[in-house]
Design a protein around this ligand. Structure first.
Ligand SMILES: [Zn+2]
Ligand SMILES: [Zn+2]
Ligand SMILES: [Zn+2]
Length: 471
C-alpha cells in the first residue's frame, strides 16, 4: 500500500547523498542504482521571480505568457492570469507588495529575488523542507572571484536592496546581502514559459545547486509544473557522482571551458574537454566529392554566421519574428554549401529557424529545418538526452502540421523511444489511476495543492541549453 501520493511524486532525496567530490567541493552521488529516465529528485523553487523585461507579459505566479493579465491593485507591479494565480502566490508576494509600494517602484530582478529569498529564510529558517540538503548560507557565492565590473554591479544591487528592504524588518549586513546576490549570480536557474520557447524568469533550487558539472553529464534537468526534475540519462551505479551540464554542449571544448571559468569559476577537466571529443564534428566543413571549400570561404561564412546569430538573438528578444526569419534564410543559404550538417553555427540557426517558423505556421519550411537539426543533433548528443528527445518530438509535430504524416510519425516514434526512458513516473501514476480513479484524483489534488505552478501543460526540457542563467 502506498503511503502518500505526495511522497511518491515529490521525490524526497532518498536516492542521493551529499559527498566531497574530488577537486569540486560538495557534490551529490547516487545512494542506490538509478535506471535510465528515473526521476532522481524533484524540487520546487525556494524562491523565483519574473525577469524585469517581461514583468508585464508573464504571470508572476505560474510563469505563463498571457495576452491579458490582471495587475495587483496595491503595488501595480505584479501581474496575474486571474484570482486563482494571485491567491496562490499571495504568501510570497505579501511583503514584496508592501516593499514595492514604499519604495515607489520595483527594483531589478536580482534585488527582487534576493529579497524573496531572505523573506523565505526568515519564514522557514533557510531550509524549506526536510528534503533540502543544504542551507542557502552554505552555497557558494564566488563574490571573491568576481571581476571588478561585476563587483561594481553587485554593490549597486546591495545599495538598492537596502533602500528596498523595509526599515521595520530585521536588517541584514552588506556581507549577507552580497552572499545571496552572489548565489543568485552563479546558481540562478532559468525558468521558461509554458511553451518552452522563452526564458521568462529566474529561481533558486538549493538541491540542484549541489549537482556538479560535466560536459557529458549522466543526468538532465527538466522543468515540469514549476518544479525541476533531475533525471538520469542512463543507468547510474550506486556511489557514482551525479552530474549535469551547466553550459550548452553545443560549443567546442575550449569555449565551454571559457564559459565555465567565467561564470562558475572552475577549470573543466572532464573527459570530453581533455580529449576535445566531438570538437571536429562541431566545426566540420562540407566535403563534396572529396573536395573541401577554401579556407577563405570558410572564414567568411563563419564570420557571417556569428554576425547573423547576434542579429537573430536581438530580433527574437524584441519579438520581431519576421526579421528573425529573414536573417535565418539568408544565413542558411550561405552556410549550405560550406558548413557540415553538424557545424554548431549551422545547428544554431536551424534551431531558431524551425522554432520561429513553426510559431508563424510556415510548417513546410519549419519541418525541413527541424529535420536537418535533429540529424545533426543525433551525431552530437547522448542518445537519451532530453534535449534531443524534445527536439525530435517538436520536429515530428512540425512535420505532422506540414502534412508530412509519414516522416512526422517516424520522428514521433523516435522521440517516444528517447522519452520512453523518461516514462517510469507517469507509468506508476497511470497504474494507480487505472486501479482507482477516485483515489488517484483525491491524492493528486492533495499533492498539488501547494504547487501554484502546476498548471503548465507540457514538461520543458531545460537541458544543456541554458541550465543556469547567463547574464
Ligand atoms: Zn498564472
Ligand atoms: Zn502587489
Ligand atoms: Zn568539460
Amino acid at each position: 500500500m502506498m503511503t502518500s501520493f505526495a511522497e511518491m511524486t515529490l521525490h524526497n532525496m532518498e536516492s542521493v547523498e551529499v559527498f566531497a567530490s574530488e577537486g569540486k567541493g560538495r557534490g551529490l552521488k547516487a545512494a542506490k542504482e538509478l535506471l535510465a529516465g528515473e526521476v532522481v529528485f524533484a524540487e520546487p523553487s525556494f524562491a523565483a521571480v519574473v525577469f524585469d523585461s517581461l514583468s508585464q507579459y508573464v504571470c508572476h505566479s505560474c510563469f505563463r505568457q498571457q495576452k491579458k493579465l490582471h495587475r495587483c491593485g496595491q503595488c501595480r507591479f505584479a501581474q496575474y492570469c486571474d484570482r486563482t494565480c494571485q491567491r496562490a502566490c499571495w504568501e510570497e508576494h505579501k511583503q514584496e507588495c508592501n516593499a514595492i509600494r514604499k519604495n515607489g517602484k520595483a527594483p531589478n530582478e536580482n534585488v527582487r529575488l534576493a529579497a524573496r529569498v531572505l523573506w523565505r529564510m526568515e519564514k522557514d529558517g533557510g531550509v524549506a523542507s526536510d528534503s533540502q540538503l543544504t542551507t542557502l548560507e552554505d552555497l557558494e557565492d564566488h563574490v571573491a572571484d568576481m571581476p571588478e565590473e561585476d563587483l561594481k554591479e553587485l554593490k549597486i544591487d546591495v545599495h538598492n536592496f537596502l533602500d528596498y528592504w523595509p526599515s521595520g524588518s530585521r536588517q541584514h549586513t552588506v556581507d549577507s546581502i552580497s552572499h545571496i546576490l552572489g548565489v543568485i549570480n552563479c546558481n540562478g536557474f532559468t525558468l521558461s514559459d509554458q511553451r518552452g520557447l522563452q526564458a521568462v524568469g529566474v529561481g533558486i533550487f538549493p538541491n540542484l545547486c549541489l549537482v556538479n558539472h560535466d560536459c557529458w553529464p549522466n543526468c538532465t534537468v527538466i522543468l515540469n509544473h514549476g518544479k525541476i526534475e533531475l533525471r538520469s540519462l542512463g543507468t547510474i551505479a550506486e556511489g557514482q557522482e551525479l552530474t549535469v551540464g551547466y553550459v550548452d554542449f553545443l560549443n567546442v571544448s575550449q569555449d565551454r571551458q571559457k564559459l565555465l571559468k567565467q561564470q562558475y569559476f572552475f577549470d573543466c577537466t572532464c573527459t570530453h574537454c581533455s580529449q576535445h571529443t566531438k570538437d571536429d564534428l562541431k566545426m566540420a566543413v562540407k566535403v563534396v566529392d572529396g573536395k573541401k571549400p577554401s579556407e577563405e570561404v570558410v572564414k567568411e561564412v563563419t564570420e557571417h554566421s556569428l554576425k547573423a546569430l547576434e542579429q537573430i538573438e536581438k530580433a527574437r528578444t524584441e519579438g520581431n519574428y519576421h526579421e528573425v526569419v529573414k536573417v535565418c534564410r539568408e544565413c542558411l543559404e550561405k552556410q549550405g554549401p560550406v558548413l557540415a550538417e553538424t557545424h554548431l553555427y549551422h545547428l544554431r540557426v536551424l534551431s531558431v529557424a524551425s522554432e520561429v517558423m513553426s510559431y508563424l505556421q510556415f510548417f513546410t519550411e519549419a519541418a525541413e529545418y527541424a529535420r536537418k537539426m535533429v540529424e545533426g543533433y543525433m551525431k552530437l548528443y547522448h542518445p537519451n538526452n532530453a534535449q534531443l528527445g524534445m527536439a525530435t518530438m517538436r520536429a515530428g509535430v512540425t512535420h505532422w502540421h506540414a502534412g508530412l504524416i509519414e516522416v512526422g510519425h517516424g520522428m514521433i516514434c523516435k522521440a517516444y523511444a528517447i522519452l520512453l526512458t523518461m516514462r517510469n513516473q507517469t507509468e506508476m501514476e497511470l497504474r494507480m489511476f487505472r486501479q482507482n480513479e477516485y483515489v488517484y484524483h483525491t491524492m493528486r489534488e492533495a499533492a498539488l495543492k501547494n504547487q501554484p505552478m502546476s498548471m503548465m501543460t507540457e514538461p520543458v526540457a531545460e537541458g544543456i541549453k541554458s541550465l543556469f542563467r547567463r547574464k
